[in-house]
Design a protein around this ligand. Structure first.
Ligand SMILES: *[C@@H]1O[C@H](CO)[C@@H](O)[C@H](O)[C@H]1NC(C)=O
Ligand SMILES: *[C@@H]1O[C@H](CO)[C@@H](O)[C@H](O)[C@H]1NC(C)=O
Ligand SMILES: *[C@@H]1O[C@H](CO)[C@@H](O)[C@H](O)[C@H]1NC(C)=O
Length: 361
């Protein structure tokens, strides 16, 4: 039986009080812990030497710098001084690098069938963010060139599109009709997926985060969606707390009435920071203030052979979001099968029983 530490038991005990609206994140914490304890776990930092020697780290640092210059020029700001490539190499994997794993839940509001598109704004307002995600296969230390990276997040006032649910921010009935802030991008020759989105707003029980899913072997359909394939990873990206505070002070974030949870009080955030991972995006101002736009980067490690089975609550169609019959998230947070978060696998269930025993001791 998996031996869980007293520290983990304490985390679980503390987190039963702090949950998703109507939910409970203990299952998710256990999944993350099991991933951290897995003997074959590899982090992005395990690939630092190989990716540096192949020249990829330097190329990507130069490419990202050029992209930021381009954004600055387009916004009417002067050029940045080029950074020393050796410094960029030495910093690789120390910040904004994480290994996505089965630990992080898709949450109750994943909508499948979204469109392949880079700009996912669809009229949403907020801190416009040009996000650059590099995907690395941590099993062979090569960029993943043939994946689809899916991204979604809540809008600036903490509401997810594509769903109508009581627990979804203001409980909006109209959000189901839009696919704003959701989309997919192919990873391409350098393993890079680029999006234009906004810094997600906060909602009850969680700190601000973006969701991601990595698809492999999916087929591109004529209507710019994908079908089939496998999903190796389900993860979340975060924002540094001081900077987040500045974003939250801008409009329209400052009109969000939902209670706010800071990174430090979000158990999933704290656990995502463990094991040499840093799921906090590296964010640079394009101009002189947040309203001029942001450039964000993150490197994510995946094992393309891993198979996760996240469950969508709705599917995006020409007619808007359509509920998936029998989705275990349907009815969240009141009547769903997954109301307490995704149930752990059989192996996780053993660990959970163990943790509960330790808590009773
Ligand atoms: C891949 O990276 C190289 C080196 O930075 C760059 O020249 C090339 O344009 C990139 N390709 C894509 C599709 O981004
Ligand atoms: C977020 O979405 C909800 C539901 O569609 C909407 O009422 C709200 O105005 C949106 N927030 C912003 C900042 O546009
Ligand atoms: C795209 O095509 C698939 C297959 O025909 C269909 O099931 C899906 O609803 C379509 N999606 C959209 C957004 O039109």
């Amino acid at each position: 039986m998996v031996q869980l530490s007293q520290a983990l038991a304490a985390v679980l005990l503390a987190s039963s009080a702090v949950a998703h609206p109507g939910g409970n994140i203990n299952h998710e914490i256990i999944r993350r812990q099991l991933h951290l304890d897995h003997p074959e776990r590899r982090a992005v930092s395990n690939c630092k030497r190989e990716l540096t020697e192949s020249g990829w780290v330097r190329e990507q640092a130069v490419r990202r710098h050029a992209k930021l210059q381009e954004l600055r020029a387009a916004a009417g700001f002067s050029h940045l001084e080029a950074r020393d490539p050796a410094t960029m190499e030495s910093e690789f994997s120390e910040a904004a690098a994480c290994t996505l794993d089965p630990e992080s839940t898709e949450g109750p509001y994943w909508v499948s069938g979204e469109l392949i598109r880079s700009d996912v704004l669809t009229g949403e307002k907020g801190a416009i963010t040009h996000l650059d995600i590099n995907v690395i296969d941590v099993s062979n230390c090569k960029p993943v060139t043939d994946a689809y990276v899916e991204l979604w997040g809540a809008n600036a006032t903490g509401v997810y599109t594509g769903v109508a649910a009581k627990g979804n921010g203001d409980g909006s009935k109209s959000a189901i009709a839009t696919n704003a802030l959701r989309g997919l991008q192919p990873s391409g020759p350098n393993g890079t997926a680029q999006f234009i989105t906004v810094i997600p707003g906060h909602y009850v029980g969680r700190t601000n985060h973006l969701h991601t899913i990595i698809h492999h072997g999916a087929k591109l359909l004529p209507n710019n969606t994908i079908s089939g394939g496998t999903i190796s990873h389900v993860g979340q990206f975060y924002i540094e707390q001081n900077f987040l505070g500045q974003v939250e002070a801008t409009s329209p974030y400052n009109t969000n009435k939902q209670a706010q949870t800071k990174n430090a009080n979000d158990m999933l955030f704290s656990m995502a920071k463990q094991g040499g991972d840093d799921p906090v995006m590296k964010i640079t101002l394009i101009g002189s203030k947040i309203e001029d736009g942001l450039y964000a980067t993150i490197d994510v490690g995946v094992n393309p052979k891993a198979k996760q089975r996240p469950e969508a609550v709705n599917v995006w169609t020409e007619k808007g979001g359509v509920p998936i019959a029998n989705s275990p998230w349907a009815g969240y947070p009141d009547t769903c099968k997954y109301c307490g978060g995704r149930p752990p696998t059989k192996r996780d269930a053993e660990a959970e029983a163990e943790a509960e025993m330790e808590m009773l001791e």
